[in-house]
Design a protein around this ligand. Structure first.
Ligand code: AGP
Length: 608
């Protein structure tokens, strides 16, 4: 996600900001920029591309003299990566500059109002609304203008703000997107994350939600959104620099596992409005959605597994036949695409060669393609006819977790939208689904609290040879992903099977002590899965179950059960996958594997 760095003090600001932004590169970005006050006015330099481009443009900051400034690395959400969409953004008189990390969920109505008020926009970003709103409310008092804006905007934001007629101050604001401030004898700092300023100070203060910070060269002042000054405690960071980039987590993968409540929230909440699902990006009218006769979902790896999940959900809720293909098969099997087919490709990177080829194959036959993509402006995002972005932020670890969860969330929204339009989902069921959907982030948070318990169990299987995952229906899709997570980072052989399929061969592989992970979250299949558990236990297997809390019979059936909160069975994957991600992670850690960069694997498979 985006990175913010700000500085005000006795030194030149630009080099410090560039250095801080470099420490935030791990967060992933596609453009960078700085706003520096030169004693008379604010100057902005920004460009699409790597930070090096900005460094070269400003000769390491030398062309931007000044003792205060803000900088930004942008991870595009609204508006493709481009110079004009890069941050900082100016108000019309270039007297206010702002950088932003997060999503302004109500930026479209706000933008319409600002345009009606005569404001002109130059970018496609949600952030530019903030610059013009600050201009609108600014009457000489920065704090007053900022708090008025905060009462208008919805969404998540970490902000750095400069006011040219207040050169001895810079301002920072935080809601949901992390932000810290720091101080040393030389000046004061703003940063999205510790690594950016660790070189200058280990004494930082975490800004809490709806707090505003006024920074001067030697003072930090904190205010509530009602302009009341508050006192805050600083903390001392004892991490080493490398650990700090991971926010204190040992690996990016664990950090991203823990980011899942936020990525689910960021993906669903902007699309839930007044008790309805609004997916403007679909570019399909209700009539066009109603006319969908068949859905083809094409993806690779974990993205394919979300497609398998979606088959059960779309067929269950929308009564539309769904075909799911791995892209490397789809592109060569001369697929039959009939009139009324909707093609969906799913990809975190938006660059997977097979998935891109599948998209092109479908388009060559005259079919429109919806892309469910995480990277804004990626090849698949650009070539798809419409894009439903998963706002998971950049995913650094090769093994996907938070993007997978965001993909599931996007598919839930799509299924609910189509089912509502087709009339296959009653108003009561829709309302109930919406309630369950909104609870998922909190329930994921609860499951993350079982980390120690799962780690302890995983340590017992560090030496395992074979581990099998079984499940029926959506539980089978969950098993596919649980098995992939384990094997791709721990190198332990693992396979996922439709539980009813075991007896057709694979059960011969079950030996004394073989671990079988049985996933059971689908109430109408509880008993069937228990029968399969009995089958494998009779052959010596040790069974760990991932079961919904109401699955009381599992207590006796399995040897060890991890319970997940109740939700609509269609959403169960989002919960059951959490202990499986942690299980795979801790087996890999126990084996001393390079969890973030597993052998032989790339984050994006851009070749066939
Ligand atoms: C997931 O953990 C793997 N890294 C891999 O299966 C991945 O899901 C697959 O390569 C698809 O990538 P994409 O989502 O970027 O298209």
């Amino acid at each position: 996600m985006c990175g913010i760095v700000g500085y005000i003090g006795k030194s030149q600001a630009a080099p410090i900001i560039l250095d801080g932004l470099a420490k935030l590169e791990y967060r992933g970005y596609d453009s960078a920029g700085m706003a520096i006050f030169d004693g008379e006015k604010i100057n902005i330099e920004k460009s699409v591309g790597r930070l090096k481009v900005l460094e070269n443009l400003t000769r390491g900051g030398a062309t931007m003299p000044g003792f205060s400034g803000i900088g930004h690395t942008r991870w595009a959400t609204h508006g493709v990566p481009s110079d004009v969409n890069s941050h900082p953004h100016f108000n019309k008189n270039q007297t206010i500059a702002v950088v932003h990390n997060g999503i302004i969920e109500n930026y479209i109505p706000l933008k319409k109002k600002m345009i009606a008020n005569g404001y002109e926009f130059v970018s496609e970003t949600d952030t530019e609304v903030l610059a013009h709103l600050l201009d609108y409310y600014y009457k000489g008092n920065p704090l007053e203008a900022i708090t008025k804006v905060l009462h208008r905007v919805e969404g998540s934001y970490a902000l750095g703000i400069l006011f040219s007629d207040h050169p001895k101050e810079i301002y920072a604001v935080r809601k949901d997107s992390p932000l810290i401030v720091g101080q040393n004898e030389d000046g004061c700092f703003i940063a999205s994350d510790v690594p950016a300023i660790l070189k200058y100070t280990r004494t930082v203060t975490y800004v809490d939600n709806q707090e505003v910070v006024k920074l001067s060269a030697d003072e930090l002042h904190f205010y509530t959104v009602d302009e009341e000054e508050i006192q805050k405690e600083s903390v001392t960071i004892d991490w080493d620099a490398n650990a700090a980039e991971k926010g204190g987590y040992e690996h990016f993968m664990l950090k991203e596992i823990y980011e899942q409540p936020k990525t689910v929230t960021d993906t669903i909440s902007p699309r839930i409005k007044d008790g309805d699902i609004v997916i403007d990006e679909l570019n399909m009218t209700d009539e066009e959605l109603k006319a969908v006769r068949r859905i083809h979902i094409v993806a690779c790896g974990s993205a394919y597994h979300t497609g398998v999940t979606a088959k059960y959900i779309l067929e269950g809720l929308c009564r539309v036949p769904v075909e799911v293909d791995v892209a490397s098969e789809f592109r060569y099997r001369n697929p039959i695409l009939e009139e009324g087919s909707m093609v969906i490709v799913i990809s975190q990177s938006g660059e997977t060669a097979d998935t891109l080829a599948a998209l092109r194959e479908a388009k060559s036959r005259g079919f429109k393609v919806l892309g469910i993509v995480n990277v804004v402006g990626s090849s698949i995002a650009r070539e798809a006819d419409s894009v439903l972005y998963t706002w998971a932020g950049p995913e650094i670890a090769v093994a996907t977790t938070k993007a997978y969860s965001a993909q599931l969330s996007a598919l839930y929204l799509l299924a609910m939208k189509i089912g509502k339009v087709k009339g296959t989902i009653s108003n009561e069921l829709f309302a109930s689904l919406l309630e369950d959907l909104k609870k998922l982030p909190y329930q994921i948070e609860l499951l993350l609290g079982q980390k120690e318990k799962i780690q302890k169990f995983a340590n017992r299987y560090v030496g395992a040879k074979d581990i099998f995952f079984i499940g029926r229906g959506i539980d089978y899709a969950i098993s596919l992903e649980g098995s992939l997570k384990l094997k791709e980072i721990s190198y332990v052989h693992s396979e996922a099977y439709a539980a009813g399929e075991l007896k057709h061969g694979t059960i011969s592989l079950i030996e004394d002590g073989t671990l079988v992970v049985a996933v059971s979250t689908q109430p109408e299949l509880y008993q069937k899965t228990i029968s399969n558990i009995v089958e494998v236990k009779a052959r010596g297997a040790f069974v760990m179950a991932i079961a919904t809390e109401d699955n009381v019979a599992m207590e006796k059936a399995a040897d060890y059960t991890i319970y997940v909160p109740e939700t609509n069975p269609y959403f169960a994957n989002s919960l059951a996958i959490i202990p499986l991600q942690l299980f795979g992670y801790y087996v890999a850690v126990g084996k001393g594997c390079d969890v973030d960069k597993p052998r032989n694997l790339a984050k994006s498979v851009t070749v066939e």
